[in-house]
Design a protein around this ligand. Structure first.
Ligand code: GLY
Ligand code: MN
Ligand code: MN
Length: 437
Protein backbone atom coordinates (compact mmCIF):
# COMPACT_ATOMS: atom_id res chain seq x y z
CA UNK A 1 0.00 0.00 0.00
CA UNK A 2 2.92 2.35 0.82
CA UNK A 3 4.18 2.57 -2.74
CA UNK A 4 0.69 2.75 -4.25
CA UNK A 5 -0.26 5.59 -1.92
CA UNK A 6 3.02 7.37 -2.52
CA UNK A 7 2.38 7.33 -6.29
CA UNK A 8 -1.25 8.33 -5.74
CA UNK A 9 -0.50 11.38 -3.65
CA UNK A 10 2.44 12.40 -5.83
CA UNK A 11 0.22 12.42 -8.88
CA UNK A 12 -2.66 14.06 -7.04
CA UNK A 13 -0.47 16.91 -5.82
CA UNK A 14 0.94 17.45 -9.30
CA UNK A 15 -2.51 17.62 -10.85
CA UNK A 16 -4.05 19.77 -8.15
CA UNK A 17 -1.08 22.17 -8.14
CA UNK A 18 -1.48 22.59 -11.87
CA UNK A 19 -5.15 23.41 -11.32
CA UNK A 20 -4.16 25.85 -8.56
CA UNK A 21 -1.80 27.64 -10.94
CA UNK A 22 -4.45 27.75 -13.65
CA UNK A 23 -6.77 29.41 -11.13
CA UNK A 24 -4.18 31.78 -9.54
CA UNK A 25 -4.35 29.97 -6.24
CA UNK A 26 -1.26 29.80 -4.04
CA UNK A 27 -2.73 27.95 -1.11
CA UNK A 28 -5.51 25.47 -1.00
CA UNK A 29 -7.22 24.80 2.31
CA UNK A 30 -9.25 21.62 2.46
CA UNK A 31 -11.62 21.34 5.37
CA UNK A 32 -12.68 17.95 6.75
CA UNK A 33 -15.92 19.48 8.04
CA UNK A 34 -17.86 19.98 11.24
CA UNK A 35 -20.25 17.50 12.84
CA UNK A 36 -23.90 18.28 12.13
CA UNK A 37 -26.18 18.60 15.13
CA UNK A 38 -29.69 17.20 15.19
CA UNK A 39 -32.08 20.16 15.22
CA UNK A 40 -32.70 21.48 18.73
CA UNK A 41 -30.84 18.52 20.21
CA UNK A 42 -27.49 17.95 21.86
CA UNK A 43 -26.45 15.05 19.65
CA UNK A 44 -24.67 14.97 16.31
CA UNK A 45 -25.32 12.83 13.26
CA UNK A 46 -22.51 10.35 12.54
CA UNK A 47 -19.67 12.39 11.09
CA UNK A 48 -18.05 11.75 7.72
CA UNK A 49 -15.03 13.76 6.57
CA UNK A 50 -15.62 15.64 3.33
CA UNK A 51 -14.59 13.75 0.24
CA UNK A 52 -12.16 16.54 -0.72
CA UNK A 53 -10.31 15.73 2.49
CA UNK A 54 -10.60 11.98 1.96
CA UNK A 55 -9.06 12.31 -1.47
CA UNK A 56 -5.81 12.97 0.37
CA UNK A 57 -6.00 10.99 3.57
CA UNK A 58 -7.89 7.90 4.70
CA UNK A 59 -9.23 9.77 7.73
CA UNK A 60 -12.88 9.09 7.20
CA UNK A 61 -14.24 10.38 10.52
CA UNK A 62 -12.00 13.29 11.55
CA UNK A 63 -13.82 16.61 12.06
CA UNK A 64 -12.32 20.12 12.52
CA UNK A 65 -9.18 19.24 10.57
CA UNK A 66 -7.55 20.80 7.52
CA UNK A 67 -5.09 20.06 4.77
CA UNK A 68 -3.11 22.99 3.39
CA UNK A 69 -1.47 22.63 0.01
CA UNK A 70 1.01 25.21 -1.24
CA UNK A 71 2.61 25.27 -4.66
CA UNK A 72 5.57 23.25 -3.41
CA UNK A 73 6.72 21.21 -0.41
CA UNK A 74 4.84 18.72 1.71
CA UNK A 75 1.20 19.51 2.36
CA UNK A 76 0.31 20.34 5.94
CA UNK A 77 -2.28 18.38 7.90
CA UNK A 78 -3.89 20.15 10.83
CA UNK A 79 -5.10 17.18 12.86
CA UNK A 80 -7.76 17.74 15.50
CA UNK A 81 -7.24 15.48 18.48
CA UNK A 82 -9.11 16.95 21.44
CA UNK A 83 -8.61 16.01 25.05
CA UNK A 84 -12.02 14.47 25.52
CA UNK A 85 -13.27 12.37 28.40
CA UNK A 86 -16.80 12.04 26.98
CA UNK A 87 -15.82 10.39 23.72
CA UNK A 88 -12.93 8.41 22.34
CA UNK A 89 -10.54 10.96 20.86
CA UNK A 90 -8.96 10.23 17.45
CA UNK A 91 -5.85 8.05 17.70
CA UNK A 92 -2.41 9.50 16.97
CA UNK A 93 -1.85 9.86 13.25
CA UNK A 94 -0.30 6.65 11.97
CA UNK A 95 -0.02 4.57 8.82
CA UNK A 96 1.35 4.63 5.32
CA UNK A 97 0.12 8.13 4.54
CA UNK A 98 1.70 10.08 7.44
CA UNK A 99 5.18 10.58 5.96
CA UNK A 100 3.66 12.61 3.14
CA UNK A 101 2.43 15.38 5.45
CA UNK A 102 3.75 17.92 7.91
CA UNK A 103 1.36 17.04 10.69
CA UNK A 104 0.32 19.57 13.32
CA UNK A 105 -1.86 18.16 16.06
CA UNK A 106 -4.30 20.61 17.65
CA UNK A 107 -6.28 20.10 20.83
CA UNK A 108 -8.74 22.99 20.39
CA UNK A 109 -10.64 23.77 17.21
CA UNK A 110 -9.58 27.44 17.39
CA UNK A 111 -5.89 26.49 17.26
CA UNK A 112 -6.31 25.69 13.57
CA UNK A 113 -6.50 29.40 12.72
CA UNK A 114 -2.82 29.99 13.56
CA UNK A 115 -1.71 27.13 11.36
CA UNK A 116 -3.57 28.11 8.21
CA UNK A 117 -1.93 30.44 5.66
CA UNK A 118 -2.40 34.09 6.57
CA UNK A 119 -2.56 35.75 3.18
CA UNK A 120 -6.07 35.04 2.05
CA UNK A 121 -5.85 36.83 -1.30
CA UNK A 122 -4.71 33.80 -3.20
CA UNK A 123 -6.33 31.15 -1.06
CA UNK A 124 -9.06 28.79 -2.09
CA UNK A 125 -11.08 26.81 0.40
CA UNK A 126 -12.56 23.45 -0.47
CA UNK A 127 -15.28 21.93 1.63
CA UNK A 128 -17.57 23.23 4.25
CA UNK A 129 -17.16 26.73 5.60
CA UNK A 130 -16.54 27.00 9.33
CA UNK A 131 -16.01 29.57 12.07
CA UNK A 132 -12.26 29.12 11.75
CA UNK A 133 -12.45 30.26 8.14
CA UNK A 134 -14.57 33.33 8.87
CA UNK A 135 -11.58 35.70 8.43
CA UNK A 136 -10.96 34.42 4.94
CA UNK A 137 -13.41 36.79 3.35
CA UNK A 138 -11.15 37.31 0.33
CA UNK A 139 -10.54 33.62 -0.22
CA UNK A 140 -12.36 31.83 -3.00
CA UNK A 141 -14.73 29.33 -1.45
CA UNK A 142 -15.32 26.19 -3.47
CA UNK A 143 -14.47 27.93 -6.76
CA UNK A 144 -16.47 26.25 -9.47
CA UNK A 145 -13.73 26.01 -12.08
CA UNK A 146 -11.44 24.24 -9.63
CA UNK A 147 -14.12 21.97 -8.28
CA UNK A 148 -15.36 20.96 -11.69
CA UNK A 149 -11.85 20.06 -12.79
CA UNK A 150 -11.32 18.03 -9.61
CA UNK A 151 -14.64 16.24 -10.12
CA UNK A 152 -13.78 15.49 -13.72
CA UNK A 153 -10.41 14.07 -12.78
CA UNK A 154 -11.89 12.00 -9.98
CA UNK A 155 -13.30 9.58 -12.56
CA UNK A 156 -9.75 8.38 -13.33
CA UNK A 157 -8.65 6.21 -10.46
CA UNK A 158 -5.06 5.72 -9.40
CA UNK A 159 -3.74 2.21 -8.74
CA UNK A 160 -4.02 2.98 -5.02
CA UNK A 161 -7.68 3.85 -5.38
CA UNK A 162 -8.38 0.76 -7.47
CA UNK A 163 -6.66 -1.38 -4.84
CA UNK A 164 -8.87 0.14 -2.13
CA UNK A 165 -12.03 -0.50 -4.17
CA UNK A 166 -10.82 -4.03 -4.89
CA UNK A 167 -10.33 -4.71 -1.17
CA UNK A 168 -13.75 -3.18 -0.46
CA UNK A 169 -15.18 -5.71 -2.93
CA UNK A 170 -13.36 -8.56 -1.22
CA UNK A 171 -14.75 -7.58 2.18
CA UNK A 172 -18.29 -7.15 0.87
CA UNK A 173 -18.27 -10.41 -1.10
CA UNK A 174 -17.45 -12.34 2.07
CA UNK A 175 -20.26 -10.61 3.95
CA UNK A 176 -22.64 -11.26 1.02
CA UNK A 177 -21.94 -14.97 1.33
CA UNK A 178 -22.75 -14.85 5.04
CA UNK A 179 -25.99 -13.03 4.18
CA UNK A 180 -26.92 -15.64 1.58
CA UNK A 181 -26.42 -18.41 4.15
CA UNK A 182 -28.71 -16.55 6.57
CA UNK A 183 -31.34 -16.26 3.82
CA UNK A 184 -31.11 -20.00 3.09
CA UNK A 185 -31.50 -20.65 6.82
CA UNK A 186 -34.81 -18.77 6.78
CA UNK A 187 -33.71 -15.71 8.79
CA UNK A 188 -35.41 -12.31 8.84
CA UNK A 189 -34.20 -9.22 6.99
CA UNK A 190 -33.01 -7.79 10.29
CA UNK A 191 -31.08 -10.93 11.21
CA UNK A 192 -29.47 -11.02 7.77
CA UNK A 193 -28.54 -7.35 8.06
CA UNK A 194 -26.99 -7.81 11.51
CA UNK A 195 -25.06 -10.86 10.32
CA UNK A 196 -23.71 -8.78 7.43
CA UNK A 197 -22.51 -6.08 9.82
CA UNK A 198 -21.04 -8.63 12.20
CA UNK A 199 -19.19 -10.34 9.41
CA UNK A 200 -17.56 -7.02 8.51
CA UNK A 201 -17.04 -6.13 12.17
CA UNK A 202 -18.64 -2.74 11.69
CA UNK A 203 -21.57 -0.69 12.85
CA UNK A 204 -24.41 0.58 10.70
CA UNK A 205 -22.95 4.07 10.23
CA UNK A 206 -19.71 2.62 8.88
CA UNK A 207 -21.45 1.15 5.84
CA UNK A 208 -20.88 3.02 2.57
CA UNK A 209 -24.68 3.26 2.19
CA UNK A 210 -27.72 1.85 3.94
CA UNK A 211 -27.95 -1.87 3.23
CA UNK A 212 -30.84 -3.00 1.07
CA UNK A 213 -31.84 -6.36 2.52
CA UNK A 214 -35.12 -7.30 0.90
CA UNK A 215 -37.07 -10.54 1.09
CA UNK A 216 -39.82 -11.35 -1.39
CA UNK A 217 -41.84 -8.41 -2.78
CA UNK A 218 -39.68 -5.91 -0.87
CA UNK A 219 -37.10 -6.41 -3.62
CA UNK A 220 -39.34 -4.27 -5.83
CA UNK A 221 -38.69 -1.21 -3.65
CA UNK A 222 -35.53 0.16 -5.17
CA UNK A 223 -34.17 1.74 -1.99
CA UNK A 224 -35.75 -0.55 0.58
CA UNK A 225 -34.39 0.08 4.08
CA UNK A 226 -37.16 -1.18 6.37
CA UNK A 227 -35.33 -4.31 7.44
CA UNK A 228 -38.20 -6.15 9.10
CA UNK A 229 -37.71 -8.45 12.05
CA UNK A 230 -40.51 -10.83 11.11
CA UNK A 231 -39.78 -13.72 8.75
CA UNK A 232 -42.40 -13.87 5.97
CA UNK A 233 -44.71 -16.89 6.03
CA UNK A 234 -43.26 -18.08 2.77
CA UNK A 235 -39.72 -17.11 1.82
CA UNK A 236 -39.33 -16.81 -1.92
CA UNK A 237 -36.50 -14.48 -2.86
CA UNK A 238 -33.71 -12.30 -1.51
CA UNK A 239 -32.23 -9.12 -2.98
CA UNK A 240 -29.17 -7.77 -1.19
CA UNK A 241 -27.50 -4.51 -2.19
CA UNK A 242 -24.66 -3.92 0.24
CA UNK A 243 -21.06 -2.76 0.14
CA UNK A 244 -18.04 -2.14 2.30
CA UNK A 245 -15.36 0.52 2.60
CA UNK A 246 -11.57 0.50 2.68
CA UNK A 247 -9.65 3.70 3.40
CA UNK A 248 -12.76 5.70 2.45
CA UNK A 249 -13.30 3.91 -0.89
CA UNK A 250 -16.44 1.89 -1.43
CA UNK A 251 -17.87 -1.17 -3.08
CA UNK A 252 -21.51 -1.39 -4.16
CA UNK A 253 -22.69 -4.93 -4.85
CA UNK A 254 -26.10 -6.48 -5.48
CA UNK A 255 -27.06 -10.10 -5.70
CA UNK A 256 -30.47 -11.76 -5.96
CA UNK A 257 -31.34 -15.29 -4.91
CA UNK A 258 -34.34 -17.56 -5.28
CA UNK A 259 -35.26 -19.85 -2.40
CA UNK A 260 -36.36 -22.61 -4.75
CA UNK A 261 -35.87 -23.60 -8.36
CA UNK A 262 -38.49 -22.29 -10.77
CA UNK A 263 -39.18 -19.50 -13.21
CA UNK A 264 -37.97 -16.74 -10.90
CA UNK A 265 -34.66 -18.58 -10.49
CA UNK A 266 -34.50 -18.81 -14.29
CA UNK A 267 -35.07 -15.07 -14.58
CA UNK A 268 -32.22 -14.50 -12.11
CA UNK A 269 -29.89 -16.62 -14.27
CA UNK A 270 -30.99 -14.69 -17.34
CA UNK A 271 -30.30 -11.39 -15.55
CA UNK A 272 -26.90 -12.65 -14.48
CA UNK A 273 -26.16 -13.22 -18.14
CA UNK A 274 -27.47 -9.72 -18.97
CA UNK A 275 -25.11 -8.24 -16.39
CA UNK A 276 -22.14 -10.05 -17.97
CA UNK A 277 -23.21 -9.07 -21.48
CA UNK A 278 -23.42 -5.40 -20.43
CA UNK A 279 -19.96 -5.65 -18.89
CA UNK A 280 -18.76 -7.26 -22.11
CA UNK A 281 -19.68 -4.06 -23.93
CA UNK A 282 -17.63 -1.85 -21.59
CA UNK A 283 -14.42 -0.76 -23.23
CA UNK A 284 -12.25 2.30 -23.65
CA UNK A 285 -14.01 4.71 -26.01
CA UNK A 286 -17.52 3.32 -25.50
CA UNK A 287 -20.27 5.64 -24.27
CA UNK A 288 -21.70 4.56 -20.93
CA UNK A 289 -25.07 5.84 -22.17
CA UNK A 290 -24.89 3.38 -25.08
CA UNK A 291 -24.37 0.52 -22.64
CA UNK A 292 -27.49 1.65 -20.84
CA UNK A 293 -29.52 1.80 -24.05
CA UNK A 294 -28.21 -1.62 -25.00
CA UNK A 295 -29.25 -2.97 -21.58
CA UNK A 296 -32.81 -1.91 -22.39
CA UNK A 297 -32.74 -4.12 -25.48
CA UNK A 298 -31.56 -7.05 -23.39
CA UNK A 299 -34.32 -6.42 -20.84
CA UNK A 300 -36.80 -6.22 -23.73
CA UNK A 301 -35.61 -9.64 -24.89
CA UNK A 302 -36.35 -11.10 -21.44
CA UNK A 303 -39.77 -9.40 -21.26
CA UNK A 304 -40.50 -11.04 -24.58
CA UNK A 305 -38.96 -14.46 -23.91
CA UNK A 306 -40.60 -14.83 -20.49
CA UNK A 307 -43.85 -13.67 -22.07
CA UNK A 308 -44.58 -10.82 -19.69
CA UNK A 309 -45.72 -8.64 -22.58
CA UNK A 310 -46.79 -9.82 -26.00
CA UNK A 311 -44.75 -7.43 -28.14
CA UNK A 312 -41.61 -7.53 -30.26
CA UNK A 313 -38.28 -6.56 -28.73
CA UNK A 314 -38.20 -3.43 -30.92
CA UNK A 315 -41.69 -2.38 -29.84
CA UNK A 316 -40.88 -2.94 -26.17
CA UNK A 317 -37.94 -0.56 -26.49
CA UNK A 318 -39.77 2.01 -28.65
CA UNK A 319 -42.76 2.19 -26.31
CA UNK A 320 -40.38 2.40 -23.32
CA UNK A 321 -42.18 -0.51 -21.67
CA UNK A 322 -38.71 -1.71 -20.72
CA UNK A 323 -38.56 1.18 -18.20
CA UNK A 324 -41.51 -0.31 -16.33
CA UNK A 325 -39.35 -3.32 -15.52
CA UNK A 326 -35.97 -1.52 -15.46
CA UNK A 327 -36.60 2.04 -14.28
CA UNK A 328 -33.13 3.02 -13.02
CA UNK A 329 -29.78 3.69 -14.65
CA UNK A 330 -27.37 0.92 -15.60
CA UNK A 331 -24.78 2.17 -13.14
CA UNK A 332 -22.43 4.90 -12.04
CA UNK A 333 -18.87 5.88 -11.28
CA UNK A 334 -17.78 4.68 -7.85
CA UNK A 335 -14.90 5.59 -5.56
CA UNK A 336 -14.79 7.96 -2.60
CA UNK A 337 -18.50 8.29 -3.02
CA UNK A 338 -20.82 5.44 -3.86
CA UNK A 339 -22.23 7.59 -6.64
CA UNK A 340 -19.01 9.33 -7.56
CA UNK A 341 -19.08 12.90 -8.82
CA UNK A 342 -18.66 14.10 -12.39
CA UNK A 343 -20.73 11.38 -14.03
CA UNK A 344 -22.67 13.81 -16.21
CA UNK A 345 -19.80 16.10 -17.26
CA UNK A 346 -18.81 16.65 -20.87
CA UNK A 347 -15.35 17.95 -19.97
CA UNK A 348 -13.12 19.39 -17.27
CA UNK A 349 -15.03 22.71 -17.21
CA UNK A 350 -18.05 20.88 -15.86
CA UNK A 351 -20.15 21.47 -19.00
CA UNK A 352 -23.25 19.34 -18.66
CA UNK A 353 -23.73 16.07 -20.52
CA UNK A 354 -27.22 15.22 -19.34
CA UNK A 355 -28.84 11.84 -19.85
CA UNK A 356 -31.28 11.49 -22.73
CA UNK A 357 -34.88 12.40 -21.91
CA UNK A 358 -35.90 8.74 -22.05
CA UNK A 359 -33.43 7.77 -19.32
CA UNK A 360 -33.50 10.56 -16.72
CA UNK A 361 -32.05 8.40 -13.95
CA UNK A 362 -28.85 7.49 -15.78
CA UNK A 363 -26.06 8.76 -13.51
CA UNK A 364 -23.17 8.46 -15.95
CA UNK A 365 -23.15 9.76 -19.50
CA UNK A 366 -19.39 9.86 -19.83
CA UNK A 367 -17.23 8.25 -22.44
CA UNK A 368 -15.60 5.25 -20.81
CA UNK A 369 -11.85 5.69 -20.39
CA UNK A 370 -8.98 3.78 -18.94
CA UNK A 371 -8.83 3.53 -15.12
CA UNK A 372 -12.45 4.41 -14.59
CA UNK A 373 -14.37 2.30 -12.09
CA UNK A 374 -18.07 1.77 -12.72
CA UNK A 375 -20.91 -0.25 -11.34
CA UNK A 376 -22.98 -2.22 -13.83
CA UNK A 377 -26.35 -3.07 -12.32
CA UNK A 378 -29.17 -4.05 -14.65
CA UNK A 379 -32.44 -4.76 -12.88
CA UNK A 380 -35.79 -6.42 -13.54
CA UNK A 381 -38.60 -5.63 -11.12
CA UNK A 382 -42.32 -5.99 -10.59
CA UNK A 383 -43.08 -2.55 -9.18
CA UNK A 384 -46.73 -1.94 -8.31
CA UNK A 385 -47.02 1.80 -9.14
CA UNK A 386 -45.26 1.36 -12.50
CA UNK A 387 -47.35 -1.68 -13.41
CA UNK A 388 -50.49 0.19 -12.34
CA UNK A 389 -49.65 2.91 -14.88
CA UNK A 390 -49.42 0.31 -17.63
CA UNK A 391 -52.73 -1.22 -16.54
CA UNK A 392 -54.34 2.11 -17.29
CA UNK A 393 -52.25 2.77 -20.38
CA UNK A 394 -52.67 2.17 -24.08
CA UNK A 395 -50.66 -1.08 -24.11
CA UNK A 396 -52.51 -2.74 -21.22
CA UNK A 397 -53.88 -5.52 -23.41
CA UNK A 398 -50.41 -6.60 -24.48
CA UNK A 399 -49.42 -7.37 -20.88
CA UNK A 400 -49.76 -10.90 -19.60
CA UNK A 401 -51.16 -9.83 -16.23
CA UNK A 402 -51.57 -13.34 -14.79
CA UNK A 403 -47.94 -14.08 -15.43
CA UNK A 404 -46.86 -10.79 -13.91
CA UNK A 405 -49.07 -11.43 -10.90
CA UNK A 406 -47.28 -14.72 -10.29
CA UNK A 407 -43.90 -12.91 -10.22
CA UNK A 408 -44.99 -9.97 -8.04
CA UNK A 409 -44.44 -11.80 -4.72
CA UNK A 410 -40.77 -12.22 -5.71
CA UNK A 411 -40.16 -8.47 -5.96
CA UNK A 412 -37.31 -8.06 -8.36
CA UNK A 413 -33.79 -8.78 -9.45
CA UNK A 414 -30.64 -6.68 -9.59
CA UNK A 415 -27.14 -7.96 -10.25
CA UNK A 416 -24.50 -5.34 -9.60
CA UNK A 417 -20.77 -5.64 -10.17
CA UNK A 418 -17.93 -3.13 -9.86
CA UNK A 419 -15.56 -3.05 -12.81
CA UNK A 420 -12.31 -1.34 -13.74
CA UNK A 421 -11.79 -0.45 -17.37
CA UNK A 422 -8.29 -0.61 -18.79
CA UNK A 423 -6.84 -0.49 -22.30
CA UNK A 424 -6.22 -4.23 -21.98
CA UNK A 425 -9.79 -5.04 -20.99
CA UNK A 426 -12.18 -5.08 -18.07
CA UNK A 427 -11.36 -6.31 -14.59
CA UNK A 428 -14.45 -7.42 -12.68
CA UNK A 429 -13.59 -6.66 -9.05
CA UNK A 430 -16.81 -8.18 -7.75
CA UNK A 431 -16.78 -11.49 -9.61
CA UNK A 432 -13.07 -11.89 -8.86
CA UNK A 433 -13.80 -11.31 -5.18
CA UNK A 434 -16.60 -13.89 -5.08
CA UNK A 435 -14.51 -16.43 -7.03
CA UNK A 436 -11.62 -16.09 -4.59
CA UNK A 437 -13.77 -17.00 -1.55
N1 GLY B 1 -26.58 0.91 -3.70
C1 GLY B 1 -26.90 2.05 -4.44
C2 GLY B 1 -26.75 1.84 -5.88
O1 GLY B 1 -26.70 0.71 -6.33
O2 GLY B 1 -26.57 2.74 -6.64
MN1 MN C 1 -26.08 -0.92 -5.19
MN1 MN D 1 -24.91 1.14 -7.56
Amino acid sequence: MNQLYSNHIGDLLKRHRQLMQNNDIENLIISSGTPIRVYQDDMDYPFKSSFFFRTYVPLTELPHSFIVIGLSGKPKLVYFQPVDFWHTPPADPSGYWTEHFEIEVIKETKAAAELLPLDNQAVAILGEDSEILADYEKAQKNPESLINAIYWQRAYKSDYEIECIKQANQLAARAHNVAEKMFRAGKSEQQIHLAYLESLGILEHQLPYGNIIALNANGAILHYHDCQSKVPDKVRSFLIDAGASVAGYHSDITRTYAYEAGEFAELISAMDAVNLECIGEARVGAEYGDLHASAHRKIARLIHDFNFVDMSVDALVETDITSTFFPHGLGHLIGLQVHDVGGQFADETGAAKPPPAAYPFLRSTRTIESNMVYTVEPGFYFIDPLLAKQKDGEYANAFNWDKIESFRPYGGIRIEDNIVIRESGVENLTRDAFSAL
